[in-house]
Design a protein around this ligand. Structure first.
Ligand SMILES: [Zn+2]
Length: 220
């Protein structure tokens, strides 16, 4: 996985292309310096840092904004991949790449082909000491797996219960029909917002995803 990194300082933007390990290092440096870090549902990470400078008696403020745009949308994990990433995270420093290509996560061994897929899709990075860690894409994919948020289909035109008339002339029901456009953004974690239009529910769903992805970066 590679990223387009945009660095905006004093209204000027420089753009570079960086790899997984650099993106993780950039994120960690930002967090160490007290930057505000957010993730959006498309996987873009925004790091905003405000620095104060003393110039004589004046204090000036500069803001540096870094965006990391991944070259691929957040990937969906299979159950096995999710469990393997969880094992790597739990193993911490004890997660290592073995000479035969397998990943040792404490007592667990992730087979070669599965391990290769985790590297290829950019879910994990291998440090120079052969330690393996879950990187940005992996953390975001894990959070997305834990929060399969969706929106419900609006009921649309329907006959409310009180409008049902006992008559063979069915067309008489027509004036009683109502258009119910409400839709809910729901997630398995218990998140639920009911809104007047599905478009608003989609915004609420994306808001929820953004929150859980942002929270996931705290583990980076
Ligand atoms: Zn959720």
């Amino acid at each position: 996985m590679s990223y387009v990194e945009n660095i905006t300082r004093d209204g000027e933007t420089t753009t570079v292309r960086i790899g997984d390990a650099s993106a993780l290092a950039t994120l960690r440096r930002g967090k160490r310096l007290g930057a505000t870090v957010t993730a959006s549902p498309d996987g873009t990470i925004t790091i905003v840092r405000t620095a104060l400078h003393l110039a004589g008696e004046d204090v000036t403020e500069t803001q540096v904004t870094v965006t990391l745009i991944p070259d691929a949308k957040p990937a969906h994990l299979t159950k096995t991949q999710y469990e393997d990433l969880q094992r790597i995270r739990l193993a911490g420093d004890r997660a290592r790449r073995l000479p035969d290509g397998r990943i040792a996560a404490a007592f667990w061994r992730i087979p070669q082909t599965a391990a290769k897929r985790l590297y290829d899709r950019g879910f994990v990075v291998v440090r120079t000491d052969d330690g393996v860690e879950v990187n940005i894409a992996g953390l975001l994919a894990m959070a997305a797996y834990e929060h399969p948020a969706r929106t419900t289909r609006p009921r649309g035109w329907h006959s409310p219960a009180e409008a049902v008339i006992n008559t063979p002339r069915v067309q008489r029901m027509h004036p009683y029909q109502r258009n119910d456009r409400t839709s809910a953004a729901v997630c398995t974690c218990g998140f639920r917002r009911t809104l007047d239009e599905r478009a608003y529910a989609v915004v609420a769903k994306n808001g929820h995803l953004g929150e859980v992805l942002t929270a996931a970066l705290a583990a980076a």
